[in-house]
Design a protein around this ligand. Structure first.
Ligand code: SF4
Length: 163
């Protein structure tokens, strides 16, 4: 069993109320092989919401209390991101998930790259808050760009997402 970013399934849970639907991942859910989770909604944030970025580090640093998650209006949403990460972990543990496929570049879900905290579109190597927490609990985290596919179909989607 896997957990997957809910926006991959076509749920309009992104900050801008859009989604990042990918047929490969929708199929996993239809076949009962994956459960969709949106950590930012689970953490209590509304949709639509202000885009947020990690300032002063990445998700690992947020877990360690060394960085914060701030939205583009200057609101500190760190606690909501942490709460959402804990709920995503609880879901993963409840279903015995060994792997998560999460949206790259999101401050929650990114597994290799995230936005750089300047709200300028720049990116930096790093992980999102949920991705970091899942990894700390032994769950493999991959993205739509690094997941192994069962077919040769298109698995990636260009464009940005701040979750
Ligand atoms: Fe939710 Fe954003 Fe993660 Fe998609 S990338 S599941 S919208 S937190």
């Amino acid at each position: 069993m896997k957990i997957v970013s809910a926006c991959f399934v076509g749920i309009h849970c992104r900050y801008d109320q859009r989604h990042n639907a990918l047929e490969e991942i929708r199929r996993l859910v239809r076949e009962g092989k994956a459960i969709p989770v949106c950590p930012e909604q689970e953490g209590g944030l509304p949709t639509p919401r202000n885009p947020a970025e990690i300032v002063g580090g990445d998700g690992e640093d947020v877990l360690d209390g060394k960085a914060r998650v701030i939205d583009n209006r200057g609101n500190d949403v760190t606690e909501q991101f942490l709460a959402g990460a804990r709920k995503a972990l609880a879901v993963a543990q409840a279903v015995g998930a060994k792997q998560a496929i999460l949206k790259e570049r999101s401050p929650s879900c990114g597994s290799c790259m995230i936005y750089d905290g300047t709200f300028s579109g720049g990116k930096k190597p790093g992980v999102g808050v949920t991705a970091a927490l899942l990894r700390r609990h032994g769950i493999e985290v991959v993205s739509e760009e690094t997941m192994k596919t069962e077919s040769s179909g298109d698995t990636g989607e260009e464009g940005s997402s701040k979750g």
